[in-house]
Write a protein that binds this ligand. Structure first.
Ligand SMILES: Nc1ncnc2c1ncn2[C@@H]1O[C@H](COP(=O)(O)OP(=O)(O)OP(=O)(O)O)[C@@H](O)[C@H]1O
Ligand SMILES: [Mg+2]
Length: 270
């Protein structure tokens, strides 16, 4: 039976889809069988981040309507054969699928996968409830800005009300800028930790390489020469698996960031 995670945030645009694609890619490249479910019905972009948008034939909506079997709708990743995507329909609305439909879909595929990651839409309405319903554990994503943290806090409260134990809720701080923290211009990890009081499973620096990878439709974790960022993402996967991998310190994150900067500057012509 697969372990099922929902990647959620409350606030939009904090990196849920990017992290779902990258964590799934790393899990699959380590040999796990992984299914990613795009629960952002009506918006969908997990397919684009994975470079799979042209391969979609059916979506979760067709499965719910009984048009096809869920296994017919799953799209395999081009390079990683043990990574599959259940695409979301762009023409349907979130109200056309219910939390029970999502539970059914997940229970049908659960036996065939080691991990199922559900990419949640922004907000706390129906789409959120659909995405959370089949999940055993939640990964809450926030950026280090107050509006995102406030929304993450709200989502954590909702998850607790839905009977998620605190040990099943993990936090990723995304788009972290160590140099701003050093200059006192950004909230520190401790500030965020004390505001949200849940376990931090990872800190992901802000990096232009994420944007480059996204625009190429190749998850960062699969791009050549991106091993530093890959290590950070891999650390998150290992921690999810219960391994004791220390979270990089501010100094280490700064080091990784300046490594990126130096590398980029080397090839910059302006
Ligand atoms: N660590 C990062 N460094 C730089 N850019 C990032 C990082 N993570 C995400 N981004 C960028 O932020 C933007 C939003 O990311 P993404 O679409 O993953 O967010 P989301 O939470 O899924 O948004 P939505 O709520 O709309 O579904 C994208 O352009 C993505 O490339
Ligand atoms: Mg998204």
């Amino acid at each position: 039976m697969a372990k099922v995670y929902v990647i959620t945030s409350g606030k939009g645009g904090v990196g849920k889809t990017t992290l779902t694609a990258n964590l799934g890619t790393i899990m699959a490249s380590k040999g796990d069988k992984v299914a990613l479910i795009d629960a952002d019905i009506g918006m969908k972009n997990l397919d684009v981040v994975l470079g799979l948008e042209n391969r979609i034939v059916y979506t979760s909506m067709d499965v719910v309507n009984g048009k096809v079997d869920v296994f017919d709708a799953l799209v395999r990743h081009k390079q990683l054969k043990n990574l599959s995507l259940l695409p979301a329909s762009q023409v349907a609305t979130k109200e056309m699928i219910s939390p029970d439909d999502m539970k059914k879909i997940v229970s049908q595929i659960s036996e065939k996968f080691d991990y199922i990651l559900i990419d949640c839409p922004a907000g706390i309405e129906r789409g959120f409830r659909n995405a959370v319903a089949p999940a055993e554990e939640a990964i809450v994503v926030t950026t280090p800005e107050l509006p995102a943290i406030t929304d993450a806090d709200r989502v954590i409260g909702l998850l607790e009300n839905m009977n998620f134990e605190d040990s099943k809720i993990h936090l990723i701080i995304n788009r972290f800028k160590p140099h701003m923290v050093r200059h006192g211009d950004m909230l520190t990890v401790d500030d965020i930790k004390s505001a949200l009081s849940i376990d931090i499973i990872g800190i992901v620096p802000d990096s232009e390489d994420v944007i480059v990878a996204t625009n190429k439709g190749v998850p960062l974790a699969l791009m050549d020469g991106k091993d530093k960022m890959g290590k950070i993402l891999e650390g998150i996967v290992l921690r999810l698996k219960g391994e004791e991998v220390p979270i990089p310190t501010l100094e280490e994150l700064e080091e990784k960031q300046s490594w990126w900067k130096n590398f980029r500057n080397l090839f910059r012509r302006d």
